[in-house]
Design a binder for this molecule. Structure first.
Ligand SMILES: [Zn+2]
Length: 108
């Protein structure tokens, strides 16, 4: 699937903080593993930056697995021992990951 399609799909979601709808330009694609996409989303209204893992299929609403603010992401990085460069190779991590983000982050 093309990145501009992903950006359009993600722009249908709203910011978890202020409920502002994202614009396609606010979405950066970091990588993907089949239908699992790893994205950076910036809210133009409240300036919160999220790192989002979502299952995105063409013609379907995205299924957001997790959206983390930068502060949460810092915690996540130290929890799994990732360096900044490895973050960009996130799809390799996700390939071996069982998908249970909630267990990983210890929150419901
Ligand atoms: Zn916002």
């Amino acid at each position: 699937m093309k990145e501009n399609v992903i950006k359009r799909v993600m722009a249908s979601l709203k910011c978890g903080v202020c409920r502002q709808r994202y614009e396609p330009d606010n979405v950066t694609v970091l990588g993907h593993q089949e239908d699992l996409w790893f994205l950076k989303v910036f809210c133009p209204a409240c300036h919160t930056q999220y790192l989002v893992a979502a299952v995105i299929k063409e013609g379907e609403a995205p299924e957001v697995i997790t959206d983390l603010t930068e502060a949460e992401w810092d915690k996540f990085k130290s929890a799994v021992g990732l360096t900044a460069n490895e973050v960009l190779d996130m799809h390799n991590f996700l390939k071996d990951f069982d998908g249970d983000f909630f267990r990983l982050f210890g929150r419901e």
